[in-house]
Design a protein around this ligand. Structure first.
Ligand code: APR
Length: 167
């Protein structure tokens, strides 16, 4: 499996699934969530309404509608509250459960944003370490998944992921 960091707008990627850093209602918001809903079109919100929300740390899947990606995997990251509220475990669950859904659907390529590191305030370095470690830990699992992208919006995040992936 290849793990790769890249910089840009996740909504432009023609992968099997992009992951959305959603909120528990799954009814859209700002940041990457807003960008994904805008690019996918109103059908995405209609599909999300049918899901009835998603607890923190879990993941749900919908089609990608007007996106170049075939699917959107919606996961809800933890709000950073200082680190003593199970935030690391919940963030790792987001990556693990998103990958499990991708494998259940026979997907080969998945692109993650830096979950929880925007509005939800998770410190970027700690979040990136969890993201890389959790994806690496799932490498041995069976399935066709062979490409995971960490899509960074900022050059700081890109450099961070490149360093973690190299080391
Ligand atoms: N492509 C890739 N990354 C993006 C994009 C994009 N188009 N837009 C924003 N980002 C990056 C941000 O720079 C940040 O690094 O995604 C990361 C996650 O930031 P947020 O989108 O704020 O997500 P999060 O911190 O998980 O907060 C989730 O924000 O908009 C709401 O509905 C959402 O309530 C939920 C909360």
């Amino acid at each position: 499996m290849r793990l790769e960091a890249c910089q840009g707008d996740i909504t432009t990627l023609a992968v099997d699934a992009i992951v959305n850093a959603a909120k528990r209602s799954l009814l859209g918001g700002g940041g990457v969530d807003g960008a994904i809903h805008r690019a996918a079109g109103p059908e995405l919100l209609a599909a999300c309404r049918l899901l009835g929300g998603c607890p923190t740390g879990e993941a749900r899947i919908t089609p990608g509608f007007r996106l170049p990606a075939r699917y959107v995997i919606h996961t809800v990251g933890p709000v950073w509250q200082g680190g003593g509220h199970d935030e690391p475990t919940l963030l790792a669950s987001c990556y693990r459960n998103s990958l499990a859904l991708a494998r259940q659907h026979g997907l080969r390529s998945v692109a993650f944003p830096c979950i929880s590191t925007g509005v939800y305030g998770y410190p970027a370095e700690a979040a990136a370490q969890i993201a890389v470690a959790t994806v690496l830990a799932s490498l041995a699992e069976a399935g066709p998944l062979d490409h995971v992208y960490f899509v960074c919006f900022s050059v700081n995040d890109l450099e961070r992921y490149q360093r973690l992936l190299a080391g």
